[in-house]
Design a protein around this ligand. Structure first.
Ligand code: GLA
Length: 393
């Protein structure tokens, strides 16, 4: 009898569509083509990225989505079927290849007539496109507002609430189209945080939603975005995540310390971790930052409580995040432009839930147990650097 019941439950689990919570129980992790390749990405680049995600250890560290961003689209035929352009000769074969590596594959479109790079969008073809993605074996869709803003403004000139409603309806339309396919597809909303996306995105099926404008591979851009996430923690949780945009770790001229700060902040924010670097030339340093298992464990903590600001001064910010095992992640960011040694500051351990003002600490970047630390202990943090501690009573 019991065995029979287990069988029925198992059968239901495979036949029911995955709920949002099951689909993205922890923040999605992967790699996306945009930050490095932008409009140049090809089928060969995606295959190579998949290979390198396996050989570099990224897949085993949790990065499973290989996402094709903008510029894969060709033209629609007389039946409205959208064909990929010459850079992507066979999407189904590409998806099969990515799947054969134990990875998943993502794609990109827009609710407007055109994408941000002026390729074909999904307006008026939502169901047809979603069905095609499902047939190809797509596991993730990033849906980028782009040209739909113009449609909103033309339809409702000077009426921002009506424009916003039109935007939300457009995201719901694709949500329904995805559900209709019956395939579990992570739904990533990209509309730069307009109309406080965190307030409504989960209601239209968003597993993640951008909270900001585009990130650039510069310390200033990354930190501006990160610090603006203060106050958003209550909107995130298993199945639905704030998205402060994809990682720039390893891109541009970001230094070791800046990459560490970037990764630390995104882990504290329970942010989706979409690497965006050139995997063919990844340095050992960048690889070890992206694959730091202890830091990834903070990002992926199953409680799913996003961190938030605990304390801010001119030169130091302290953020904390409660974890599922009762411990707390504490990050100290040096937001000044010089090395900083915290003299005269406290760690705010009491505010982080350690009433005694002491805690056991593990340093997740040096992988060292620090023993018992006190509120008044001093950490020396390099320029643009960060410290990430796991605290237990
Ligand atoms: C927007 C998005 C980016 C990227 C580009 C592609 O700017 O925010 O992440 O997808 O479009 O054109």
């Amino acid at each position: 009898m019991r065995r029979c019941l287990v069988f029925v439950v198992a059968l239901l689990a495979v036949s029911l569509p995955a709920t949002a919570q099951q689909l993205a129980a922890t923040p999605p992790m992967g790699w996306n083509s945009w930050n490095w390749f932008a409009g140049k990405v090809t089928d060969a680049d995606i295959r190579k990225a998949a290979d390198l995600m396996v050989s570099s250890g990224m897949r085993d560290a949790g990065y499973v989505y290989v996402n094709i961003d903008d510029t894969w689209q060709g033209k629609r035929d007389a039946n409205g079927v959208l064909h990929p352009n010459e850079k992507f000769p066979d999407m189904k074969a590409l998806a099969d290849y990515v799947h054969s590596k134990g990875l998943k594959i993502g794609i990109y479109s827009s609710p407007g007539p055109q994408t941000c790079a002026h390729y074909e969008g999904s307006l008026g073809h939502e169901e047809q496109d979603a069905k095609m993605y499902a047939e190809w074996g797509i596991d993730y869709l990033k849906y980028d507002l782009c040209s739909f803003r113009k449609n909103m403004q033309e339809e409702h000139p000077n009426d921002v609430p009506a424009q916003n409603k039109m935007m939300i309806d457009a995201y719901e339309k694709m949500h329904q189209a995805i559900l209709k396919t019956g395939r579990p597809i992570v739904y990533s909303l990209c509309q730069y945080g307009f109309d406080q996306s965190w307030q409504w995105a989960p209601k239209v099926g968003g597993n993640l939603w951008r909270t900001t404008d585009d990130i650039r591979a510069q310390y200033g851009s990354m930190m501006l975005i990160a610090l603006n996430q203060a106050g958003l923690s209550k909107y995130a949780g298993p199945g639905h995540w704030n998205d402060p945009d994809m990682l720039e770790v390893g891109n541009g001229k970001l230094t070791h310390e800046e990459n560490v700060t970037h990764m630390t902040f995104w882990a504290m924010l329970a942010a989706p971790l979409m690497a965006g670097n050139n995997l063919t030339e990844m340095s050992d340093d960048v690889r070890s930052i992206l694959t730091n298992k202890e830091v990834i464990a903070i990002d992926q903590d199953k409680l799913g409580r996003q961190g938030d600001r605990l304390w801010a001064g001119d030169q130091i910010e302290i953020w904390s995040r409660p974890l599922s095992d009762g411990s707390v992640a504490l990050a100290i960011f040096n937001v000044s432009h010089d090395q900083h040694n915290m003299h005269g500051l406290t760690l705010h351990l009491k505010d982080a839930g350690f009433g005694s003002g002491t805690a056991h600490a593990r340093d997740l970047w040096s992988h060292k147990d620090l023993g018992v630390i006190k509120d008044t202990d001093v950490f020396t943090i390099p320029r643009h650097g960060a410290v990430l501690l796991k605290l237990t009573k």
